[in-house]
Design a protein around this ligand. Structure first.
Ligand code: HEC
Length: 153
């Protein structure tokens, strides 16, 4: 029994490889240029902004105390969250959250506190903390693409 080596089967499997290859090439070629994919994982777009462990820790406390009344932490990380926020940055997230949340009292936290919550969310979505505090400015927050981190739970 050497059916796999008959010429028809060989041609068919070569054709399958070629179809697969051209699909792969056409997918890669049509990727939108605005996704800012950073090779090797999540990093701020131009590398100058960072958030600290202290900010993310404080953000976690605030999240539990303020947002936890209505939201679970799991809503703000992983594939579903990143899909919702794809192509948007931490600046968009910050503006949305600081102008609409907490729903019962929008804008009631300080800029610093909102940024601490953003730092916590970035940390949950694949960004590593660094040595400089993140500031509540468009220039800094725009460097973090919300769906850049690896997906997850
Ligand atoms: C009193 C309940 C309540 C609290 C407290 C609250 N939220 Fe919300 N949040 C909601 C509800 C309800 C929605 C859905 C509103 C909508 O879709 O219009 C929502 C939606 C959101 C969204 C999605 C907004 C969008 O436009 O996609 C984000 C992000 C969010 N909340 C973040 C937060 C954060 C961060 C905090 C803490 C600072 C917080 N929320 C506190 C009730 C709350």
């Amino acid at each position: 029994m050497r059916q796999l080596s008959n010429p028809t089967a060989r041609v068919a499997s070569r054709a399958a490889v070629l179809v697969g290859l051209s699909l792969w090439i056409s997918c890669g070629g049509s990727a939108p240029p605005d996704t800012m994919v950073t090779p090797g994982g999540a990093a701020p777009v131009d590398g100058t902004a960072s958030f600290t462990v202290a900010q993310a820790d404080r953000g976690r406390e605030l999240f539990v105390a303020v947002c936890g009344e209505c939201h679970s932490v799991g809503e703000f990380r992983g594939n579903t969250f990143q899909f919702t926020w794809r192509r948007r940055t931490a600046w968009d997230f910050y503006r949305t959250v600081s102008s609409t949340m907490p729903e019962s009292a929008p804008g009631s936290l300080s800029d610093e506190e909102y940024v601490q919550i953003i730092a916590f969310v970035l940390g949950m979505n694949g960004y590593a903390p660094g040595s400089r505090d993140l500031a509540a400015t468009e220039v800094e927050l725009d460097q973090f693409v919300m769906n850049e981190g690896p997906g997850g739970s």
